[in-house]
Design a protein around this ligand. Structure first.
Ligand SMILES: *Cc1c(COP(=O)(O)O)cnc(C)c1O
Length: 350
């Protein structure tokens, strides 16, 4: 049987031989003492990419979001995000448990908040309300099918949050994909947010690591303290930071290939089963399949594909997700199209 084609997520990417060499050659020190030169250089580099003064290397995007949320929302106050946000879908209730933060969620088309939906929900400070302190957006939106927030919409959200004195956080796990798809500079995105969390371990291909980007240098000590409390203080983390630095240098512009592959998958699968996926809405590397136009449920489709060596994610009872990434080449895409469309067509015939 040929190698598996793993389209469950872009987190499954493995460090390449060149990346592993960069890791092996990294200069290291104790990062809890602030003495790892490779970590320090990565933090400075990522802060500069987004036009901010400071950044903090953390083990995961989840920890990055958790630290950022705690920097901008005091316990018992409120963070608003969309109802499908990673922060409320996939972080185990961490904002509530670790930060004592109340989240209020808005159902939003493809996960994208709008000022019109947001403004009526903002609550002023008042002893018997829960004051809104911050808003979080996700760029690109994971459960929104890799949707890219248009820059104009982000600017409007920034203007609104600033007018109300609120912080704006970006869960930028895949902001690199948004940057490549839109052509908007990372620094232009960065300038709109008080905090960002960006992943090195998704499509960029590093094995581990995210970075919290911080607009206020005064918050860095607090960010380090929260990271420590969460158990995220790492020692000779330069071996990991080196992978991140390698990923930033080599793997950003190639995300365009992943986007082209996603488009190819979406178009072919929609040809096989009309209405399954809106190819025009696939903007980056995520292809959401709506199985309500078929007789299949997502677990059945995922199991049939797995039996033929193609892995996809069931992200809802009738919703499947395919994610393209650097370990999926042209031949793998062709195979995935063949396997997934045969599973769909045989179900339609039965
Ligand atoms: C993957 C992801 C994260 C971080 O997830 P980890 O598994 O903790 O690295 C955060 N936000 C979004 C939108 C993601 O897709």
């Amino acid at each position: 049987m040929p190698e598996l084609v793993d389209l469950r997520s872009d987190t499954v990417t493995r460090p390449s031989p060149d990346m592993r060499r960069a890791m092996a050659d990294a200069d290291v020190g104790d990062d809890v003492y602030g003495e790892d030169p490779t970590v320090n250089a990565l933090e400075e580099h990522v802060a500069a990419l987004f036009g901010h003064p400071a950044a903090l290397f953390v083990p995961s995007g989840t920890m990055g979001n958790q630290i950022a949320v705690r920097l901008i929302v005091p316990p018992a106050d409120e963070l608003i995000c969309d109802a499908d946000a990673h922060i409320v879908s996939y972080e185990g209730g961490g904002a509530a448990q670790h930060g004592g933060v109340q989240t209020r969620t808005l159902v939003a088309e493809r996960g994208l908040l709008t000022p019109e939906a947001l403004e009526p929900q903002l609550r002023p400070e008042n002893y018997h309300t829960v004051p809104t302190r911050a808003v979080a957006v996700e760029q690109t939106h994971n459960r929104g099918g890799g949707a890219v927030y248009p820059i104009g919409l982000l600017k409007d959200l920034r203007a609104l949050t600033s007018a109300y004195g609120l912080a704006l956080h970006c869960d930028g796990a895949r902001i690199w994909n948004a940057h490549v798809a839109s052509g908007i500079a990372l620094a232009e995105y960065g300038g709109l947010f008080d905090t960002l969390s960006v992943c090195l371990s998704k499509g960029l291909g590093a094995p581990i690591g995210s970075v919290v980007v911080i607009s206020d240098e005064g918050m860095v000590t607090e960010a380090r303290a929260i990271r420590r409390r969460l158990g995220g203080g790492m020692r000779q983390a330069g071996v990991l930071a080196a992978a991140g630095r390698f990923a930033l240098e080599h793997n950003i512009s190639r995300l365009a290939e992943d986007h082209a592959h996603a488009q190819q998958l979406a178009t072919a699968l929609d040809d096989a089963v009309p209405g399954l996926v809106e190819a025009a809405a696939v903007e980056t590397n995520i292809v959401p399949l709506d199985l309500t136009v078929t007789s299949l449920d997502s677990a059945t489709l995922a199991a049939q594909c797995r039996a033929e060596g193609v892995l996809v994610s069931a992200v809802g009872p009738r919703r499947v997700r395919l994610v393209t990434h650097l370990d999926v080449d042209d031949a793998a895409i062709d195979r995935a199209i063949d396997v997934v469309s045969r599973a769909l067509v045989s179900a339609a015939a039965s």
